[in-house]
Design a protein around this ligand. Sequence first.
Ligand SMILES: C[S@@+](CC[C@H](N)C(=O)[O-])C[C@H]1O[C@@H](n2cnc3c(N)ncnc32)[C@H](O)[C@@H]1O
Length: 267
Amino acid sequence: MAKLTKPQMKAHNEALRILRKDRLTDDERDYVFTNFHPGTEHMNGAAGAFFTPPSLANDATIGVSGRVLDLCAGIGTLAAHVHWGSQYDHSKRTSLDVTCVEINPRYVEIGRKLCPWANWINADIFKLNPSKLGRFDWVISNPPFGTVSRTGNAPRYSGRHFDLHVLDIAAEYSDYAAFILPAMSAPFKYSGNRFYERLENSRGAEYERHTGAMLQPHVGIDCTVYKDDWKDVSPAIEVVEADFSSIQRNALARLEGSQQLDLLAAE
Ligand SMILES: C[S@@+](CC[C@H](N)C(=O)[O-])C[C@H]1O[C@@H](n2cnc3c(N)ncnc32)[C@H](O)[C@@H]1O
């Protein structure tokens, strides 16, 4: 379990007191997102449960609207910021419909209190049925990073990195996704760099070549700004926007290409 300083423990206990209330104000919700510490109740390292700092969640969800799926939602930090972001725009406010999927029942319980406007599903993302949930305009996620244990594989990715499994699962639900990913999983370096730099030898570039997905920086966020806002960690990350619209087409093109080769060989 994480060791908290006295002020952190005091703030965490205040968050727990707020969570016992029947109804919460937006200020109280914001207080809980800022001060609830997952490491007090669970081994958050083993589960990859490092919640997104609200400052980053606010920026990472810019432009996300419509029917939205939050995979590995935690207590709903990203979902809440999509909701709050939509409040300034009437067309977005009326059409917003957020579904959160989270494996830990305690986080789902807290999430329902903090984001009562969202649909909460307590489930393992590897066991979801995409045809039951339907299509979404966006998938958002801050997934566990790296080699966290999992119960299955994504359809197109079979490597070691949990975050890329979640990214690949997102393609089953939408053509667009905004993901907080470890910098090593992005096919570019943008944060903390003087300019956008493409990284051809990265896991992200390999994933793009393998699937036909396109990954780029989401609304140009320099994530080094939030480095000190995380609890217990200060990860090197990028906010990655994925365009999956070419996945099927490229798979088909590869198939058509290989059929053409077969035909040529037969001639
Ligand atoms: C890095 S935390 C981020 C939580 C939240 N997205 C946020 O931005 O604060 C990852 C979350 O994924 C959840 N998780 C881990 N494995 C999962 C799985 N197989 N299915 C659904 N959720 C999972 C963890 O319990 C944890 O809450």
